[in-house]
Write a protein that binds this ligand. Structure first.
Ligand SMILES: [Zn+2]
Length: 261
């Protein structure tokens, strides 16, 4: 249960601390979609359920992000952006990916997002909520929609991740790649976010889910020329449990045995 997940517990503590600091919270800056708004802080502090729906990017480590939103490419951790590509539009959607129009009940809000920078990283997450064993499309899309609503409830422009992989290995488009994601504090520019539905501290992924993850990662690596050294998990950016012990294990395996290019 996510309530025992330090990921979620950290979020609740952050919201309570933020609520106590409410008087010092500045007015929201238009393009910082993750700056906590007073109304959101209050709602979040009052309702743990709202926190549970927001996925891994609701943690204290990823809620106030990015800082700064826009950075020059030369300030990124390693500066070789010569091959980086800027996603143009949904026309770039990898083959087999289910478009967001087939599950999302609300549209992205462009005024609350930044345009994507050249792609240089891919980061893997879990949603970190309750264990999730369903493999039917309807259950997966309902969970995705809950995460999207949770992120929108924080006044973010859309669900924070770009893609999601379910237990049957289906891959869903989330935030269009033309927009910067909201999934790793301070490291969202040029960073594609891929979330696995489930909590992999509480369960293990199916073979189909691992294969689906591998497929979308390889596809994105090829499309945006991202080497395996830049395919990371959330906990490789920051101190967080995400993507959970078992998914971290599978990511280590995929990278070490050459299944990611
Ligand atoms: Zn994460």
């Amino acid at each position: 249960m996510a309530r025992s997940d330090p990921h979620v517990r950290g979020a609740a503590e952050m919201f309570m601390n933020a609520a106590r600091r409410g008087a010092r919270v500045r007015a929201a800056e238009p393009l910082d979609e993750t700056q906590p708004h007073r109304r959101t802080i209050l709602l979040s502090a009052l309702g743990a359920a709202a926190v549970l729906l927001t996925g891994c990017s609701s943690t204290s480590r990823t809620t106030r992000l990015p800082d700064p939103t826009w950075r020059d490419s030369h300030s990124l951790p390693d500066g070789d952006a010569s091959h980086a590509q800027i996603p143009n539009a949904d026309a770039d959607l990898p083959g087999g990916v289910i478009p967001r129009s087939q599950w999302a009940l609300g549209a992205p809000v462009p005024t609350l997002m930044n345009m994507m920078r050249p792609v240089r990283y891919i980061t893997v997450h879990h949603d970190g909520s309750t264990a999730f064993y369903a493999s039917d499309t309807a259950s997966s899309t309902a969970r995705l929609e809950s995460i999207r609503r949770g992120h929108r409830g924080q006044q973010w422009g859309d669900i924070g991740y770009h893609f999601a992989v379910d237990r049957a290995g289906r891959v869903f488009q989330c935030r269009p790649l033309s927009w910067q994601g909201a999934h790793v504090k301070d490291h969202n520019d040029g960073n594609i976010g891929v979330v696995n539905l489930g909590n992999f501290d509480l369960q293990t992924p199916t073979e189909a889910q691992v294969r689906g993850l591998q497929k979308i990662l390889v596809s994105l690596q090829a499309q945006y020329r991202v080497p395996v050294s830049r395919v990371r998990t959330h906990q490789e950016w920051a101190a967080t449990a995400c993507p959970g012990r078992s998914m971290q294990h599978y990511m280590n395996t995929l990278r070490s045995n050459g299944q990611l290019v």
